[in-house]
Design a protein around this ligand. Sequence first.
Ligand SMILES: [Zn+2]
Length: 256
Amino acid sequence: MRVVFHEAFHRSDYSEDGYDNAADPGRLMGVMEALRNDGHYGVEQPAPATRADLVRGHGEGYVAAIEGKPRLFAMASLAAGAAMLAGDLAVRGEPMFACVRPPGHHASRASAWGHCTFSNIALALLRLRDAGLISSAFVVDFDLHTGDGTRDVLKGWPAAQVLNPYGDNAEEYLRNLEDRLKGAPQVDILAVSAGFDAYVHDLGRKLSTDNFFTIGRLLQAYAIRLGHQRRFAVLEGGYYLPDLGKNVLAFCRGFE
Ligand SMILES: [Zn+2]
């Protein structure tokens, strides 16, 4: 398994929203430190998504409006490009994790909220579909919040389904995920919106570090059952910075 990352993602000056905790200074430092210290994850550097890539999932007017905010556009295009690179390598059979910001699962075709700009995962999947490499996909979003943007961008593609597991506590949540994966379709690739804000010390106050390992392992097992094992994950939320690195690492160890 490899990680897609660019040093530019450490910049926190891309957001003009004063309440954007995805843009907190140093937010990805602990994540990359944990992944690098682990020692066996190679790092791939992405290129920004092109305009042609962005308009696969977003309206021309929306893309133009973001272009009017050059720092945000540069960062969000790079995040989309990172998700696309993860998808490109995953479709060849290698599990991938894209460590990016801004996140993407609240970015719809013509609007976005919740610290998101472009629909990173959906753009990666649409690119693979348009290249003729996949015709179906299953998206699992384990962020605390529903991936409404991903659903919006993929809504014209019935063979691309989005699952948001739920449960009042960790046990229920994991059981729900396991049950839903048992009934999940045979698809050409698994894409994962990996958000860590359901963590016990984060907004959701529900999932432990071990639970993130289990989520990764359940998703890995599903990809193995699919036969081709194609899978990639892209970072979404996660705001309790002291433990974000170890939580991402736990997920990656399960998912790889
Ligand atoms: Zn979230």
